[in-house]
Design a protein around this ligand. Structure first.
Ligand SMILES: *Cc1c(COP(=O)(O)O)cnc(C)c1O
Length: 432
């Protein structure tokens, strides 16, 4: 009997590439059945299609290299700061962006070559910069004089840096109504950047190799890119341009983010038009690199029909904070009945004590019942990142699945670890 497939064939492009539905209707990711993973590792659980993730990294890497030989893809690791993901990104030949000591330690621990690590941040501490310099990381993205002062005290050998620029144009709005992006807390306006670059000329150790420009999301046209580069032209020509600003992701069948090919075509065409001929183009995707490879699995703890039908699961904004922060519209599926057409419209809610803890408004679900495993698709980016202990929730585990085998990548936090952060009556009396 042929496998039945999703109840809605359009789910194919929302779920991970290696998601499939077993003949009994059970959802599998990387050949691992979701209800079995939920039983083995507990829920909430972040489940990653490992080969899907690797394939996406390669598609980015090869797609950019084919269009622009002197280029580099950096994994914006804040989107999924899991040691295994750093190791996989490094194994797939990606550079790695970090924005703090914790992410830097993960990158170093993963075995990523230090020269392929970029450190960002608008408020870097001395400790972070010392760690970066000691490790010999490739690039530090400077965000002002404070970085220079600290590096002056630390450096005893050359260090490549990029200068983060506020290009003075906001690509999302027409020039006439652009605020100029000057209120960004990241980067320097062009006149200040110019002064800093001049001051660093001839510096014994700090070598300005290029500029970092973040030009917003959904870069699809050449035009905003051209305007941004045009704006920084007075700073001179550089060997390296890091153009941040990523590609969107489809979370719902109604969404239609541009394809990777369309995005790479646009950004490399623009680079060819406006960047110096032999300069290096760096892009740094996060969300669009990892989101689709991950789903989040929950156990249904309560189904009730009151003012509405509520399906309540054992997670919520403690593990999927984006639903509250960014009004995300995720696609849910009952993993036990993935090929069954939904018969229920429910409020899929979490267990945290906030009315904003709504995972999916008007979720369409197939006969949801207590004990079912429900997954949210395309939650590989920023879910784990933003996980927290709201209401004493434990930070969930992360498991990588591949060809029927599952490997634990992050252990679920334990109550002992959770309690262990606190200084309690056994160590310190709080009675008076
Ligand atoms: C967050 C961030 C990214 C990644 O953005 P996505 O939207 O996740 O692709 C890239 N570069 C910088 C500097 C960032 O801060």
């Amino acid at each position: 009997m042929a496998a039945p497939g999703f109840h809605d064939p359009r789910f194919e492009r929302i779920f991970p590439p290696n998601a499939s539905v077993r003949t009994d209707g059970v959802l599998e990711i990387g050949g691992c059945a979701l209800p079995e993973l939920a039983a083995e590792y507990g829920t909430p659980l972040y489940v990653i299609d490992e080969l899907g993730l690797r394939e996406r990294m390669r598609a980015y890497r090869d797609g950019l290299a084919a269009r622009r030989p002197n280029s580099q893809v950096a994994f914006a690791s804040k989107s999924f700061p899991v040691l295994a993901a750093y190791a996989i990104a490094a194994a797939e030949g990606l550079a790695i962006d970090v924005a703090g000591a914790g992410e830097l330690l993960l990158a170093l621990e993963s075995g990523a070559p230090p020269e392929l690590i970029h450190l960002h941040g608008n408020a870097k501490s001395e400790e972070e910069l010392a760690l970066a310099v000691d490790a010999g990381i490739g690039t530090i993205v400077l965000d002002g004089e404070a970085d220079v002062e600290r590096l002056d005290a630390l450096l005893t050998r050359p260090q490549d840096v990029l200068i983060r620029i506020i290009p003075g144009v906001d690509p999302r709005v027409p020039r006439a109504i652009s605020t100029g992006g000057e209120r960004s807390k990241f980067g320097l306006p062009i006149p200040q950047a110019k002064a800093l670059i001049e001051r660093l000329e001839g510096h014994p150790f700090i070598t300005v190799v290029g500029l970092h420009l973040h030009i917003g999301s959904q870069v699809l046209e050449v035009e905003p890119f051209e305007r941004a580069v045009e704006a920084v032209r007075e700073l001179g020509e550089f060997p390296v341009y890091n153009i941040g600003g990523g590609l969107g992701v489809d979370y719902h069948v109604r969404h239609a983010a541009p394809t990777l090919d369309a995005y790479l075509d646009a950004i490399t065409a623009a680079a060819t038009c406006v960047l110096p001929a032999h300069s290096r183009l760096i892009i740094e995707p996060g969300r669009s690199l990892v989101a689709r490879s991950g789903v989040t699995a929950y156990r249904v703890n309560n189904v009730k029909r009151t003012g509405a039908t509520f399906v309540a699961v054992d997670g919520g904004l403690a593990d999927q904070l984006n639903v509250a922060l960014m009004d995300m519209e995720f696609t849910p599926l009952v993993a036990d009945r993935a090929s069954t057409r939904p018969d229920t419209v429910a409020q899929l809610v979490g267990r945290q004590c906030e009315s904003g803890d709504l995972l999916v408004d008007r979720a369409e679900l197939a006969a949801p019942a207590t004990g079912d495993t429900i997954v949210l698709a395309a939650t590989g980016a920023y879910g784990y990142t933003l996980s927290n202990n709201y209401n004493g929730a434990l930070k969930p585990a992360v498991v990588f699945c591949r060809e029927g085998e599952s490997r634990l990548a992050v252990r679920r936090q334990t109550y002992a670890e959770f309690l262990g952060h606190h200084v309690g009556p056994s160590q310190q009396s709080w009675a008076s």
